[in-house]
Design a protein around this ligand. Sequence first.
Ligand SMILES: [Zn+2]
Length: 213
Amino acid sequence: MTAQVYDLRDEDSLMQPALAAAAKAVSLHNYFIGGALFDSAGHLVAQAYGATVIAGEIFHGETQLAVLLRAGRASGVFPVDEWFTLVTTLQPCPQCRQICIQQKKLLVLYGAPTPTSGAELGDLLETYTNTEKRRIEENDGQPVVRPANLSAVVRQQCVEGHRQHRNPVLRVLDEVSMGLMPFTDLLELVETTDPTVIPRIRAFQDKRRGERV
Ligand SMILES: [Zn+2]
C-alpha cells in the first residue's frame, strides 16, 4: 500500500481527513470537529476528533495532535526542525490554540470560524502572546494560525457539519458527561497513519522513566 501524499498547497484536500475525523466524532456522539496532522512532505501523520463528550473536556482534537507532535519530537520519532501542518474543521478554542502555538514550526489551518466567538472573544483570540510573536517570526512574519484557503463547497461542509450536530450534543452534554470513559491519556484516541508511531513514543517514554528510577 502506498501512502497518499497530500499537496500542502491544496488546503481543500488537507481538510478531507479532518472532515472524516469530524464525521467519526459525530458517529460517536461528539461535536462535528476533526483534525489532521501532516508532515513537511505532505504525509498524513494522524487524525483526531474532539472527544469532549465521550472522553472529557480536554480531549479536543487539536490538543491531541499537538501532544502527539510534541511527544513524537521529544522521542525522535518526528523531526524537530521541520514544519508540520495541523488542519482542523473548526477554529481552535483558546486553550488548543495556545497549546498549538507552544509547538515550534506548527502551522494551524481551520475550516469554520467559531460560531460562538463574539467581538470580545475574537479580540482575545487575536491577542498575540510573546510565544506567538516568536512563531510568527519563524514563519517569515506570516500568521501561524489562520483560516484555510478553501473552496466554498468544502468551507460549507465545515460550517454546516458543525452547525447541524451542535445542538443535539449541547442538549445531552451534562447527561453523557456523567458516563465519561475513563481516558486520562491524550494519545489514547489519536489515529496515526503509521501504526508504529505511538508504540515508538511509548517505548521512548518507558525507557526514560526507567532511567529515572
Ligand atoms: Zn480546543
